[in-house]
Design a protein around this ligand. Structure first.
Ligand SMILES: Nc1ncnc2c1ncn2[C@@H]1O[C@H](COP(=O)(O)OP(=O)(O)OP(=O)(O)O)[C@@H](O)[C@H]1O
Ligand SMILES: [Mg+2]
Length: 581
């Protein structure tokens, strides 16, 4: 595990080693006073005199050791934290890179709570390992080992007595580890579930309130919080007695040395000064040893979390390479595309060709797979089988960045970052000037609502863009696409939230945007797409037919049904309007 974590330290590996060395020296300075004190005690034991100047030097040495210990240890901690926090930064960045290269499904299945836990809490735990357990723990282990070696040089019989407490303490510790590891998975899973529930509870607050489900939702929340508490307490309850035992036994290295050592001295097996020296050494070792072992008790937890982190870091990324876009034009071809989000397949062998510069409309009932097909084109997911090509080049044979440069996607669900609306639009083309952003916003009919906002385009979008209405979010997204001006445009229900007046203006903006582009439009309102070059009718994940409006109206039953439904809904809205008049 240490090896794995050290791999993440990268350029800071040497800093970690340096911090361990400084802490080691700091600890030597910490135990040295015991030897110096012994030098003062020894003459008393063997009834020799000690010059007062020597005593003074020894006392000064003890004080100096104290200062040295503080300076070296603090510097060691400083270095270890520098290395640890830089490693955490590297880990978070590589985790973000990994997630970005994975299919959206993988990310959504994990859940935002679990991902937040991974990004924030679990990675934070590695700080304990890098800043403390590794340098501090190792130094606290190395110094006692050195002292034990010294003890054997002084008097091997007394040294052996000091070692007697170790097997007992280590056995208690091993039992604790065994229990800890057994319960770890359950405890970790409960933590993950609690995180997910809390995030879901906060995100779904709106629904909870509308449907008056505070009780239900709170109950689930409370259950998970309780389950986490119960598991944590059960875990501690099982571990604590053993922890109490080993923390009491291990520092008592004098447990056997004092009584049995006295017998040895009385019987002439060992000398009194040696016994006193061994006791001094033993007392200096205890606290260090305990500290080292305390760090070790956290290792099963950290180990498990690193395992979880590795799973994410090593999970299968989207099929893509570093290739640039080399398609001969911007025609789009879906060839026998099958796709399943999870188990159930939602697209069953869809084949469709759209020539460069043409306007293609995807129509079909709700859930027929229109958005899924669009998301596959922008490579949010990998197809299960078949292929999608742009200008003859498979989307898997180019990098996501290269693909992104060719496509503007206005998704059905809009997400805005909590930065200003200006910056949200600028995401479409990061190099754009403020004037260009404002012009795009104007074209996307944002002007009217931006005027109403106190800070205009400099207003923050709120968490996920929640400060804006659905229609307003849609217009910001469209402004992004206008600014980006990519050769392929995908509009998924881009005007779904618009009122008729704004829709007309927005359609004008779209009409301007799509000139000379290859466009895919997904629309529920069929009248808006009757002039499309190609209408693809989707039915339960199958392509029922593809053609122009007139052809489909005479030859495709699914389209006829959709058209009738569209006409009757128009009639319905007119009659409702008529009644109101
Ligand atoms: N993230 C997801 N995970 C699992 N299943 C999904 C996911 N998104 C969509 N589906 C399922 O895939 C099928 C196609 O969904 P899709 O969103 O493509 O439909 P759609 O034609 O765009 O519908 P709508 O007109 O309502 O937007 C549906 O059965 C839907 O339940
Ligand atoms: Mg959809």
């Amino acid at each position: 595990m240490f090896k794995k974590v050290l791999e993440y330290t990268g350029a800071y590996r040497k800093t970690t080693y340096g911090s361990a060395a400084l802490m080691f020296l700091g600890l030597i300075a910490n135990v040295l006073p015991f030897f110096l004190a012994y030098q003062i005690i020894k003459p008393l034991l063997i009834k020799e005199s000690l010059a007062w100047q020597t005593s003074l030097w020894l006392v000064a040495g003890i004080a100096l050791c104290g200062v040295l210990h503080a300076v070296l240890y603090i510097k060691g901690l400083d270095l270890s934290h520098k290395s640890a926090y830089n490693t955490l930064k590297n880990l978070r960045i590589s985790l973000q890179g990994k997630l970005e290269s994975q299919p959206l499904g993988t990310i959504q299945t994990k859940g935002s709570g679990a991902l937040k836990k991974l990004f924030v809490d679990d990675i934070d735990e590695i700080e304990l390992l890098l800043a403390h357990a590794l340098p501090e723990g190792l130094a606290n282990l190395a110094v006692p080992i050195l002292i034990y070696a010294g003890m054997f040089v002084v008097d091997w019989k007394l040294a052996l007595l000091s070692l007697c407490a170790l097997p007992l303490g280590i056995t208690c510790m091993a039992v604790m580890y065994g229990i800890g590891m057994k319960e770890m998975k359950k405890w970790y899973a409960a933590g993950k579930k609690m995180n997910d529930t809390i995030v879901e509870y906060v995100n779904g607050m709106e629904v909870v309130k509308i449907f008056g489900r505070d009780g239900d939702s709170y109950r689930r929340f409370e259950e998970d919080v309780r389950a986490y508490r119960d598991l944590t307490l059960a875990w501690y309850k099982a571990c604590w007695p053993w922890m109490a035992l080993y923390t009491s036994i291990l520092p008592c290295v004098a447990l056997f040395t004092l009584p049995l050592g006295t017998l040895f001295v009385l019987n002439g097996f060992s000398s009194l000064p040696d016994l006193v020296l061994i006791l001094c050494m033993a007392f200096s070792v205890g606290p260090l040893f305990l500290k080292a072992l305390t760090f070790m008790s956290t290792i099963p937890q950290i180990n498990h979390k690193i395992g979880e982190l590795e799973k994410t870091l090593n999970s299968e990324p989207l099929a893509q390479n570093d290739g640039s876009f080399t398609g001969k034009d911007h025609s789009i071809e879906f060839e026998d595309v099958c796709f399943a989000y999870e188990e159930a397949e939602v697209l069953h062998g869809v084949s469709l060709k759209a020539a460069e510069g043409c306007l293609v409309a995807f129509v079909g009932e709700s859930g027929s797979g229109k958005s899924t097909l669009a998301k596959l084109l922008v490579h949010f997911y990998d197809v299960s089988s078949g292929s999608i090509r742009i200008g003859g080049q498979d989307v898997r044979d180019m990098s996501l960045e290269a693909l992104n440069d060719e496509i503007s996607f206005v998704a059905q669900e809009q997400f805005l970052f909590n930065i200003t609306l200006l910056e949200n639009i600028r995401l479409g083309r990061p190099g754009a000037t403020d004037a260009e952003v404002l012009a795009a916003a104007e074209k996307a009919q944002c002007g009217e609502f931006l005027e109403r906002l106190e800070q205009g385009i400099s207003t923050l979008a709120g968490d996920g863009g929640k400060q804006l209405s659905g229609g307003e979010r849609q217009r910001i997204s469209l402004a992004r696409a206008i600014l980006k001006d990519a050769p392929i445009i995908v509009l998924d229900e881009a005007t779904a939230f618009m009122d008729p007046e704004n829709e007309e203006k927005m359609n004008d903006a779209i009409a301007e945007l799509i000139v000379d582009k290859t466009v895919i439009v997904i629309a529920h309102r069929l009248p808006s797409i009757i002039d499309a070059d190609l209408i693809a009718v989707l039915d339960k994940g199958n392509l029922a037919a593809a053609g122009r409006h007139a052809e489909l109206l005479s030859g495709c039953a699914t389209y006829q049904k959709l058209w009738q439904a569209a006409e009757s809904s128009t009639a319905w809205s007119v009659s409702v309007k008529g009644e109101a008049d």
